[in-house]
Ligand binder design. Structure first.
Ligand code: ADE
Ligand code: ZN
Length: 309
């Protein structure tokens, strides 16, 4: 299997229905159903928000350090089986703090799993853009005592209506701490969100970024500066950002000379882990081995940390 890095992966989005049920039993949490297939049957989404509603609801089962450890350990095992050699992993501390789960529980559980893994793996702390800039700054300050546990900050959750420019200050603070910076932009939002992420947040990578292709000047900038884009094809289909994989703009992005990578985003919800995304591109879009090898090489070039290969 082709070696690759995974750079756009929400650890909470790897929570498989089987683990939802196991953790609910372990933590004595009531679920509307304990039937794995019934849980999975809900995973049909009209847009990003309809997915986020289920994603946040399922997280209620994550309570203890052992839960976060087991979540990350399961992902790292599956990723290794899909050829992943290095992963830069998003997590959403506000989604846990707001449920009364303290930061040390999240950091200790995730970090222990990363340390045990055969993969090289790092954490990127994401701000939930729909909870606003003030709370983002509070969570960053609260996380700074754990500075050695994460390499960067990101911006995720509901995109439209929450432009990157709202988060200028917290990204400046992060830059001052020597943290890497990424942001989801151009998933549902337009090219203006990608411009703001670059110009105002000074991001070093753009997550998704597929709508950047609507603006030739932006494409020229991304190409000239070799700014990586972490594209998630199966996610885009499941969240209806594109009508079908056959309509995906990824081959055109590659033809434009952009530094495109392929990633799984929230694999427990979108029907596949990272190599399943590569395989779907081959099957549905006829992408060649040469093209897929190039994408895999891009993933290492786009990594913040060089993998221990
Ligand atoms: N959080 C988890 N997955 C996400 C996505 N695809 N877009 C925005 N926020 C997310
Ligand atoms: Zn994402």
């Amino acid at each position: 299997m082709r070696p690759k890095a995974e750079l756009h992966l929400h650890i909470e989005g790897t929570l498989e229905p089987e683990l939802v049920v196991e953790l609910a039993r372990r933590n004595r949490i009531h679920l509307p159903t304990f039937d794995v297939e019934a849980i999975r049957a809900r995973y049909s989404f009209a847009n990003l928000q309809s997915f986020l509603d289920v994603y946040y609801e399922n997280m209620a089962v994550l309570r203890t350090e052992a839960d976060f450890h087991d979540l990350a350990a399961a992902y790292l095992r599956r990723a290794a089986g899909q050829g992943v050699r290095h992963a830069e992993i998003f997590f959403d501390p506000q989604a846990h703090l707001s449920r009364g789960v303290p930061l040390n529980v999240v950091f200790d559980g995730l970090s222990a799993a990363l340390k045990e893994s055969e993969l090289s793996a790092e954490l990127i702390l994401c701000f939930l853009r729909d909870r606003g800039a003030e709370e983002a700054e509070q969570v960053l300050r609260a996380a700074l005592p754990y500075r050695e546990h994460f390499i960067g900050v990101g911006l995720d959750s509901a995109e439209v209506g929450y432009p990157p420019s709202l988060f200028r200050k917290v990204f400046e603070i992060a830059a001052g701490e020597g943290l890497h910076r990424v942001a989801h932009a151009g998933e549902e939002g337009g090219p203006d969100y990608v411009w703001e992420a670059l110009d105002i947040l000074r991001v070093e990578r753009v997550d998704h970024g597929i709508r950047a292709m609507e603006d030739p000047q932006l494409v020229a900038r991304l190409r000239a500066e070799r700014i990586p884009l972490t594209v998630c094809p199966l996610s885009n289909v499941r969240l209806r950002a594109v009508p079908s994989l056959r309509d995906h703009i990824l081959p055109a992005m590659l033809d434009e000379g952009l530094l495109v990578t392929v990633n799984s985003d929230d694999p427990a919800y979108f029907g596949g882990y990272v190599d399943d995304n590569y395989e779907a591109l081959r099957r549905e879009l006829g992408m060649t081995d040469d093209q897929l090898d190039r994408i895999a090489r891009n993933s290492f070039e786009a990594s913040f940390v060089q993998a221990r290969l």
